[in-house]
Design a protein around this ligand. Sequence first.
Ligand SMILES: [Zn+2]
Ligand SMILES: [Zn+2]
Length: 267
Amino acid sequence: MFIADYHTHSNFSSDSNTPLEENIKKAVSLGLKEIACTDHIDYDYPDPEYPFLFEYEPYIKEIDRLKKKYTEIKIKTGVEIGIQPHVIDKINSLVSNNFFDFVIASTHVAQDGLDLCANEFFEGKSKHQAYTDYFEEVLSNVKNYDFFNVYGHIDFINRYGSYEDKTMDYYEFKSLTDEILKTIISKGKGIEINTSGYRYGLGHPHPQFELIKRYKELGGEIITVGSDAHKPEQITFKFDKAYEMLKEAGFKYITLFTDRKPEFVKF
Ligand SMILES: [Zn+2]
Ligand SMILES: [Zn+2]
């Protein structure tokens, strides 16, 4: 039995049409103990068709309504924040002035406004260069930003780019990814296993197994499991694989959050 899905999107995100309640109903039908609503806020996102912003008040109001209606599940108020260096003050004020149980920080845009999903970021770059640039951006984000609980899909770069073989050679980037993981651990933050990699045909979650294992070896304990669902049927997709990987990497607990404080639950 799966415990919780800690990365889900609803129509509060520009790229989902799913009413929040549909996600909750699905999570209840799957017998989950918890679901975290983690809609997108990406300040200054470069694609005007996807502003990735929502108003906090209607969001929390809807979550509160659903909490009262569905008492059989714990519904957590979360957010997935897109990190860019020039919006850090704005993000800090959002997170410090509003209540959140759980905050995912993600790098969706890098190098002064280049959108990773629009492929602009990859233009004219070798795979090695693109992956290096991406991880350098993530490293600088984890160093300069503190208001998060887990870093989202840390090898997100694997999803995009039109390289024939998107598989990342773990050893090629090990010194950079080690530094990212060490920084996350030293700050008392965590990572997530994001199973959307399977949906994108990668054959593995984000991050790939070597990084999950390395995170544990370096002393990482805080880890959440999320599907990054944008539709109810994607909730807990391939969680069997994620739990298997966690076990294989030596984890005995997954992490849940209340008021941004971690709780470790045996699985
Ligand atoms: Zn994301
Ligand atoms: Zn997401």
